[in-house]
Design a protein around this ligand. Sequence first.
Ligand SMILES: [Zn+2]
Length: 203
Amino acid sequence: MIHQVPFVLNLTISEYRRLVNLKPWNRKWNNPDVLDIKAKIKTQLTYNQECCAHCGLPFKGSKGKQIEHIAPNANYRQPQFTFTLHNLVLSCGYCNDLIVKGTKPTIELPEHRFYSRCNFLIVHPYFDDPDDYYDWTDNNDRILIQIKNNEEKAKYSIEMFGLDSEEMSGWRAAFSLLNIQNDLKPISSDDEELVQQTLEYKK
Ligand SMILES: [Zn+2]
């Protein structure tokens, strides 16, 4: 249902150098000097990921797919991780835009200066295997998420991304029914319509 994301981002040494050598006030992805690197990263992530890193649902069209900073550079700010490649993943608009994502930290504060040694509060898309944290129950027209081994990270992620919401449980079941989740093709508009019809039929 939710899968660990394989890490595939790969920059050249000169690209790394360009990022590292940016002045602190220029360390932003909208800096024109690094837009080519940003585009390269987006291509690599898009090629690698067909489903949202947090909720596991397939992206719905191009608008539903966003590059996300796992440790955000807004609100609970970890701007030092803006260019950390393990901090960049694709998530759906719902998980990335959710108000709670900006109001609660994803890293235990104060954070370690090295990203990989931070204590993450959520199930990390690259470092953690969701199979260690979640169980699934098929409840007719809903696939319900359950916490494995009373894992705190699972509780935190479920609350943060609303993984136990009616809507998400329904979508999960609908996509599973259509066997889209394991199919690496992008969702066609026909598939989306079918999912919508399935959901409406079940109401
Ligand atoms: Zn999502």
